[in-house]
Design a protein around this ligand. Structure first.
Ligand code: SF4
Ligand code: SF4
Ligand code: SF4
Ligand code: FES
Length: 586
């Protein structure tokens, strides 16, 4: 421990921390822009400057480590003038068009400009001719708004290991560009949206499908049925959009808000997560009992599917063929549910609310069509749902708690776990163990697969048969694990992969939040849903049992395969290049 003085008050603090970390923990406000708690600090924007006694110049709080006896001042006139000057310089190179910007209302720069009352003293000099990159179904890039904080570059390399961007040019000319400036969708980008999640302004943002959804709900067509589904991790994060304490479960209010937006039915993707466990769990059991490709990998994360097809196509047969819960739900809605209510599949408009930008990409895959029909019509993120609720003036925090619609609204605690890293594994193990042994699990919670370590492994004893499992999240961790498996250093039977750090609770479409403990809070909320559930095993879900009895026959049946399973292709760089050349020839 060391003693530091902040604005003359002494504090005992742990060494090895930065001035910013210590000040924030003690409740002092220091403005930031390039800093993000998930990333290594780089001290690029100099918005976080403080006075440190003995130092000639102001010091960036995000990169300066505390030391014994350090005297720090956060609130002097000199500090305030420097912050204002630095903000004015940024604003001289940033368009002043907040009312047209996707980040309006949640932009970190906009907030600071209001807080420090910044006026355009240096004029505005912005190259608005920069083309907007809308090549990706998941993210848009509008680099005329870039403030050069490099968060996108850092998250894409440090956390995701993808290295899609690098800063090109110097000073105020510098921008995060792709290799040779090609559209982002033509790179190895996996559509995870982490760059959009961390961008503090409106330079990278999720493809704004909320506009299409707003339009279709404003002009509902007679005879059409409007259905929404909500992913497991949306309910533990949507409240943050309305100032609710992080980690609060807002399921009932979210369902109520969707009804007030105009949806006729609101279904729970957790139901489809239970269905995924039935299909994927039985696939694992089948491979264990009859042989098959090992290790088997989970397939519910479209960011991971993109990564596998683009960089590890030799693993195509190792992935479970089960579709993601989003796509299973939509397939069941446009077949089983459509029959139940007597409408044609094409008269159902299916909207998913997801924590995920890669899900926007997933619905464009040709192998996701069912009998030629696109099953999910639109995907909006948690942030986009927040925006729609605000635009419509729906008083989220005062809404009553409402229930999901039946019959696709019943779910178990196992389904809820899909929202957090390790959750799919835990849910699958609960079902696999009980189906294989015919006995109840002695302990339902698998502590060894929980937590936020980037790679976790465990050996599960299923009545004498040892099942070796691993979990990886955050694509940089995933790549390390896969490389070691390829070298033969590690071997597993079953591996869960989530592209985003923390799993979907940290998905690219979740509310932006600078709380360093945000993932722990959202994870705790997910686990609380499981603990409070009456049913905690997917195979005990009565509506799932009924769905098989009435429609799908049994897990992995011919019909289930037709509706609920998919296949993968080789989309490696070489294959994409050859396809492009072929297109040119044609
Ligand atoms: S979407 Fe993900 S992979 Fe693609 S550029 Fe952004 S962070 Fe990198
Ligand atoms: S695009 Fe966004 S995250 Fe990337 S450098 Fe620019 S402002 Fe920062
Ligand atoms: S971890 Fe979740 S949010 Fe992230 S890409 Fe995968 S499915 Fe989407
Ligand atoms: S937040 Fe510290 S230099 Fe940018």
């Amino acid at each position: 421990m060391v003693t530091v003085y902040i604005n003359d008050k002494p504090y005992e603090v742990s060494e090895n921390k930065t001035v910013l970390e210590v000040a924030q923990e003690l409740g002092y406000y220091i403005p930031t822009l390039c800093h993000h708690p998930e990333l290594e600090p780089i001290g690029a924007c100099r918005i976080c400057v403080v006075e440190v006694e003995g130092a000639r110049t102001l010091q960036p709080a995000c990169t300066t480590k505390v030391s014994d006896g350090m005297k720090i001042r956060t609130n002097t006139e000199r500090v305030e003038s420097a912050v204002k000057f630095n903000l004015s310089l940024i604003m001289a190179n940033h368009p002043h068009e907040c009312m047209y910007c996707e980040a309006d209302g949640r932009c970190e720069l906009q907030k600071l400009v209001h807080m420090y009352d910044i006026k355009p003293i240096f004029g505005v000099n912005v190259d608005m001719d920069k083309e907007i990159d809308i090549s990706s179904p998941s993210i848009n890039r509008e680099l005329s708004k870039c403030i050069k904080c490099q968060r996108c570059v850092r998250v894409c390399s440090e956390i995701q290991g993808m290295n899609i961007y690098s800063m090109v040019d110097r000073g105020y000319e510098s921008l995060p560009e792709t290799e040779f400036g090609i559209p982002v969708y033509e790179t190895n980008c996996i559509s995870c949206g982490q760059c959009a999640y961390l961008c503090p302004v409106g330079a990278i943002y999720e493809a704004p499908d909320w506009k299409k959804v707003l339009n279709l709900l404003n002009k509902k067509e007679p005879g059409k049925v409007y259905v929404a589904q909500t992913a497991p991790s949306v309910r533990v994060a949507i409240g943050e959009e309305f100032g609710v304490e992080p980690g609060t479960v807002s399921t009932g209010k979210m369902v109520a808000a969707l009804r007030r937006l105009g949806f006729d039915y609101v279904f729970d993707t957790n139901f489809a997560a239970d269905l995924t466990i039935m299909e994927e769990g039985y696939e694992l059991i089948h491979r264990l009992q009859n042989g098959g490709k090992f290790p088997m990998f989970t397939s519910c994360c479209p960011g991971w599917v993109n990564e596998m097809e683009k960089e590890w196509p030799e693993l195509r047969e190792n992935l479970s063929t089960a579709k993601s819960p989003q796509q299973m739900m939509s397939s069941v809605v446009k077949t089983y549910f459509a029959q139940k209510i007597g409408v044609k599949p094409e008269d159902i408009v299916m909207v998913s609310v997801m924590p995920c930008t890669a899900k926007k990409d997933e619905i464009t895959r040709p192998q996701q069509l069912v009998d030629g029909i696109k099953v999910t019509d639109y995907v909006i993120t948690t942030r986009e749902l927040g925006k729609l609720i605000k635009l419509k003036g729906i008083p989220f925090v005062n809404l009553p708690e409402e229930q999901y619609d039946s019959p696709l609204g019943t779910s178990t605690g196992a389904g809820a776990l899909f929202g957090v890293t390790g959750g799919v594994m835990e849910a699958a193990l609960r079902t696999a163990y009980e189906v294989i042994t015919g006995e109840k699990l002695p302990k339902l919670v698998f502590d060894s697969v929980r937590g936020l370590d980037g790679v976790r492994e465990a050996e599960i004893d299923i009545k004498g048969k040892k099942l070796r499992v691993a979990i990886a999240h955050g694509m940089a961790n995933v790549k390390r694990l896969l490389a070691e498996m390829k070298e033969g250093k590690r071997y597993y039977d079953f591996v869960e992969i989530m592209a985003c750090y923390g799993g979907c609770i940290g998905g690219g479409g979740q509310p932006k939040n600078l709380d360093p403990d945000i993932l722990k809070k959202r994870a705790a909320a997910i686990y609380s849903i499981d603990e409070l559930s009456v049913l905690r095993r997917s195979h005990e879900n009565p509506d799932i049992i009924k769905l098989y009895e009435e429609f799908l026959e049994k897990p992995n049946s011919h019909k289930a395969h037709h509706l609920l399973h998919t296949h993968y292709t080789d989309r490696s760089r070489a294959v994409r290049k050859a396809q492009k050349q072929q297109e040119k020839v044609n």
